[in-house]
Unconditional design. Structure first.
Length: 406
């Protein structure tokens, strides 16, 4: 048994020289226990014959949107419904642009529009095409919409150039898909995560913010997804690529974040507040840009709403995990927050030091709950996130031994 056993995978093949690697990929997916149905663009059939894929997948190959015979048997809607996952490999720059634009002018693009299954895209193209800002923007957009982008990798290309753009090796793609269906410690649970900083407007051009990069919250979102959860991420402005999540909401101010979180909280089993939410915002932001006429200016601030406390006090309260960012008495402050906000777990980190906390790639946490605590020593945020997710899952399942997933 593998994670792919019994899974229905539609393998979409587009027209690039790497199309030949899709043959090996089909074989590996079937060996891993998946059922594979292949849909090819016309350009793809110029590189490899549909017969090859018919033999390897043991299923007819789909190429035509408007072929009545094929449509009545297994057309784009049936294929779209059949899929547990649609994998486009290789995906050309042209097809990626089409996906972004939402075009449906052939079988493969139409079934991508029609499916509710997750879509994974493995790009393969010339390195200059990959670097082109249009392609980069298209890929970013697909990622933001929740599609999983696999690769590409760097290396020699069929055109003789060297650079980014090679299709990932079929085995790597197959392994990545396996992790996609991982039945982890949070399988079946909905996890709501906040990440990044907030921006509080002073006037239309200036704002108050903080040093949060979003790295910790994004790593948690990725780790929770990896653990099988359906993750909703609400993020303040960051420069990071979107992690793999079910639902991503971008917000700016503490008030926006409050609204977005409170909108979603009743369907969450677990809430993790990793965002550095502003505690104060300008009481009356100016509508026009403030002129620098005065030698001094006084800015009146008012308190923002405490999202974590509101979540913890909400009617359908999820298992609630708060963070604490401290410059002194880390453990005392963490325990105070645990009690004051009636939290299930507090994850406390030092900030303002050379290592860990804001912006750094590494972090260390002191994690406490009623009746216990744990130290997670300095490590990459990805590792810390995986360890914290395991701790959260343990505590959640200890408190909810027989709770059905929402
Ligand atoms: O983003 P990175 O650069 O990776 O940095 C990670 C981090 C340091 C931002 C992260 O690990 C972290 O500590 N996040 C919480 C930062 C923070 O605001 O801590 P706090 O002690 O001020 O707040 C405590 C808790 O209350 C936090 O869960 C916070 O999300 C929440 N809060 C705060 C204010 C507010 N108005 N609403 C809230 O929900």
């Amino acid at each position: 048994m593998t994670n792919l056993t019994g899974k229905h995978i539609v393998l979409g093949i587009t027209g690039g020289i790497a199309a030949y690697k899709a043959a090996e990929l089909t074989r590996l997916l079937r060996n891993a226990g998946a059922s594979v149905r292949v849909a090819m663009t016309h350009a793809a059939t110029a590189f490899v014959s549909p017969l090859t894929f018919q033999a390897l997948s043991a299923n007819p190959v789909h190429t035509e949107l408007l072929d009545t015979g094929e449509e009545s048997a297994m057309g784009h809607i049936s294929l779209a419904r059949w899929a547990d996952l649609v994998l486009i490999a290789p995906a050309t720059a042209d097809f990626i642009a089409k996906l972004r634009a939402g075009l449906g002018d052939d079988l493969l693009s139409t079934l991508c529009l029609a499916t509710r299954a997750p879509i994974a895209v493995a790009p393969a193209m010339n390195q200059a095409m990959w670097d082109n800002p249009a392609t980069q923007e298209n890929v970013r957009c697909l990622r933001d919409r929740g599609m999983r982008i696999l690769g590409p990798e760097e290396g020699g290309q069929a055109c003789g150039e060297v650079g980014m753009g090679r299709l990932l090796e079929p085995q790597q793609i197959c392994d990545e898909l396996g992790s996609f269906f991982d039945n982890g410690v949070l399988a079946g649970l909905s996890v709501l995560i906040s990440a990044g900083p907030t921006r509080e407007a002073i006037d239309p051009v200036r704002y108050i913010s903080n040093r949060s990069s979003g790295k910790m919250g994004y790593a948690l979102a990725e780790a929770a997804t990896q653990a099988g959860a359906k993750v909703s991420l609400v993020t303040g402005p960051t420069a990071l690529n979107a992690p793999r999540v079910h639902d991503l909401s971008r917000v700016e101010s503490a008030a926006d974040m409050y609204r977005s979180i409170m909108d979603k909280v009743s369907s969450a089993n677990i809430y993790i507040g990793a965002a550095a939410v502003a505690d104060y915002c300008p009481a009356a932001p100016e509508k026009q840009k403030i002129k620098k006429n005065e030698s001094e200016m006084v800015l009146t601030l008012k308190k923002t709403q405490d999202i974590l406390s509101a979540v913890s006090a909400s009617e359908k309260r999820p298992f609630t995990v708060g963070f604490a960012a401290e410059t002194d008495q880390l453990e005392d402050h963490a325990r105070q927050k645990l009690a004051a906000k009636s939290l299930d777990i507090v994850a406390a980190n030092w900030v303002g030091r050379e290592q860990g906390g804001f912006e750094n790639d590494d972090n260390a946490l002191f994690v406490c709950w009623n009746g216990g605590h744990a130290y997670l020593p300095l490590a990459p945020k990805k590792t810390i996130a995986e360890q914290l997710i395991r701790l959260i899952a343990e505590r959640y399942h200890a408190q909810n031994p027989a709770k059905n997933p929402r």
